[in-house]
Each structure stands twice: as structure tokens, then as C-alpha cells.
Design a binder for this molecule. Sequence first.
Ligand SMILES: Cc1cc2nc3c(=O)[nH]c(=O)nc-3n(C[C@H](O)[C@H](O)[C@H](O)COP(=O)(O)OP(=O)(O)OC[C@H]3O[C@@H](n4cnc5c(N)ncnc54)[C@H](O)[C@@H]3O)c2cc1C
Length: 406
Amino acid sequence: MPSSIRPILIAGGGPVGFICALALARQGLPVHLFEAESRINDMPRAATTHAATLEMLAGLGLVDEVIERGLVEPKFRIWDRLSRRIVAEFDFGILKDETPYPFAVQCEQHKLAGMALERLRAFPHVTVDFSKRVTGVEQFGDRVEIDVEDSEGTHKVAGSYLIGADGGRSTVRKALGIEFEGYTHPERFMILTTTFDLGAMYPGCTRNYVSDPGDWFSIFKVSGDDRGPLWRVLSSTRPEQTDDELMNPEATEQRLQRFLPRDEPYDVVHRNLYNVHQRVAASFRKGRVFLAGDAAHVNNPLGGLGLNFGIHDAVELTGLLGQVIRREASDDILDLYDRHRRPLNIEFVQQQTIANKKRMEEKDPAAREKDFEQLRRTAADPAAHRAHVRRASLIESVRKRAAAAA
Ligand SMILES: Cc1cc2nc3c(=O)[nH]c(=O)nc-3n(C[C@H](O)[C@H](O)[C@H](O)COP(=O)(O)OP(=O)(O)OC[C@H]3O[C@@H](n4cnc5c(N)ncnc54)[C@H](O)[C@@H]3O)c2cc1C
């Protein structure tokens, strides 16, 4: 690449920003990434990485480390809490003729971001700046300029394009005046992380969704840290409950004992509350500026789809930008990014996560039984089972996009 090419600017050093940077760097393109915080955020958020994403991470040279540092889980189970029975078990293994990765990998998102950052250090044409916040955006015919704020003040940086990967509250999206269409659920979700091995209570599968009309929860194992593997318990709260009421150690202990009773108290290593949204940006592109990951779409975490789709955004967008910058295609192809990814997010991520949440909390006994019957039939029928896990692993969305491009 000629050195006169202005860098592609990236706002946000979350997993999507770093994957964008790596995918561009590997094409020889200059990149300048700005992260507002002083380091990668390691709060417990995404861990489930699906088959379609693992395929993309293979293309970026990351998949072996993700598998090595994560936990491979081919199955997920849906339980009825009232009867304490498994309603349905789904197995990604049924996709072994379709993907080299017929499983999910539980690998925490901060590890993925860190792996990408580590690899970026090898590219001299990449700059990563922590503790620098993007505060403004201006576009011109040949460039985009951003305002960057740090401890010394604010200065301008010019680039060829800007990717707003700055999360759900995206400054870039707001600066472009793009609506974040959709809604916010009135309740918040809580994640409690424990070192106690919940596999003793839910043996045989590390991804469990426990449906209940009043008080659902789900439990997942992640590979963890020096303390060893960790289990996360995700559950819902009531809208009127305050942080103090929910987060004090006595309340979190009671919550865990309610779901997972045991004689000893739990060792809780993280307590987190999250707002839950179903929102999609009205457009993923304005001129030379693009939105990717949570800046473009947010959803509830049931199904583990948000970051997966964000990584798919990163791979698609950086591929298109590479073609345009290398003059292999006209910049009209950049329109494809919004044209394809926005409806795919609605069809595969919003629809599935909304349906998953509804099924977990369904109050009407007849509707619950109908849902369960449908799940049992789907799991028992090989063709329906395959269709279900193709959708749940986002393989169907990726194949649909590929077919549209062919
Ligand atoms: C409880 C929970 C569980 C989840 N589980 C899963 C899962 O299993 N699988 C899955 O696929 N998804 C899951 N998700 C969703 C996933 O966490 C998000 O989709 C993911 O974090 C999106 O990554 P991102 O890089 O787009 O945004 P973020 O991770 O939010 O990163 C944005 C970054 O931008 C920085 N930033 C913000 N503003 C600026 C600015 N103005 N200038 C510079 N930097 C800025 C922030 O500091 C941050 O580092 C879960 C979410 C939650 C809450």
C-alpha cells in the first residue's frame, strides 16, 4: 500500500474494534484505533463463540488460541425449572459435515480482544492508542476527521474512513445523527460469577437455559483465569429493584441459593447488572463512516449472538474497505454493508434473542407447554434439529449472505 493512504480510523477498542483492526492490518492497510479507557474492559460479557464466527476467526489466525484458551461445548440444553426436567438438548455436532467447528467455544471476550491486540503489535502500520476518546466526527469529500480527547486536551486526526466500534452508547452513531431504533426492556439482567463447580448440579453440559414463568436463569461455564474455570449465572431482575437491593452480598447469595441450593455459601467473584436492549441503528453507514458491533445493534444475551454478529460485521466491512482502497471495486460496494447486515441482524439476532427471552419467561401455562412441545419435536427430528442449530450458530445467516454475494 502506498504510504500516502490515510489510515482507517477506529473508535473503540472492544472486541469488534480490535477484530476490525486486525482484519485491516492483515490486508496491509494502515489503521489507527482509539480506545477511551486505559485498558481492555474485562467485565463478564460475551463468552459463547459460535461456529460461523470460529470459521472467521480461523481466517484471522485466531481460532486455535480461542479454542485453546476457551472451553469447547457442542451442546446446549433447555430446562423446565418447575419440573426440573430437560425439555430439549441441541447438539451442534449435527453440523459436522458443514463446518470444521461443530461446537461453540466459551472464551471470554476480553481474551479475544487481547489476542487481537497482541497480534497487532507485529504490524508497523497499525497504531493503537488507549486513554483517547473520540468526541466528534466531520466528513469531507476525501477524508474524515475526528476529535480525539486525552489528558492533554483535544486534537484532530484525519483518516480515509472511520469505523464506529464504540459500543451501544456510540458517540460516532450519535454524531452522525443516526437513530437507534427499537426498545429497552424495563428489567435489567444480573450476572453472578462463582468459582463453585455448578457442573455438579447440571452435569453433562456447560450451557443451560432454565425456563421459569417467574424466575428464569441460565448457567454457563467459562474457562476463567488463575482461579480456574468459572460459572456464570444469568438472571432477570424486577424494574423497581435498586442497585443496592440487588447487589449487596446477602441478596446475591440468596439469589444463587434460590436457583441452585447448596449447604455452603457461594464464592462470588463478580456481580454485574446490565441494561437490556433490542435496538438496531437506522443505518450502518453514512458517507465515510460505518458502525459495527454494539454501536450498530444491541440485543439481549440469550443465545449468545451479539458479539458473534459484531465480528461478522467486522469481517464483512473490512473486506469491502480493502477492495475499495486497493481499487478492485468502486466505492458503491460499500453500500452492501448496510444493505445486507442490517436486515440480517433483524432476522437472525433480534428475532432469535427476542424469542429466546419470551420462551424463558413465558407465564401462560398453555403457551409454555406449546413452546416446550415444539422444542421437543424440533430436537427429536434430525432435519428440524439441524435447521435449529444452523440458525442458533449463525451459520444460516452467513450462508445466506454468501449466497446473496454469489
Ligand atoms: C451479560 C452479557 C452477556 C453476553 N454474552 C454474549 C455471548 O455469549 N455471545 C455474544 O456474541 N455476545 C454476548 N454479549 C454481547 C457482547 O458483550 C457485545 O455484543 C460486545 O461487547 C460488543 O463488542 P463491541 O466491541 O461492539 O462493543 P464493546 O464491547 O462495548 O466495546 C466498545 C469499546 O469502545 C470504547 N469506547 C466507547 N466510546 C468510545 C469513544 N467515544 N472513543 C473511544 N472509545 C470508546 C469502550 O470503552 C469499549 O472498550 C453479551 C452481553 C452481555 C451484557
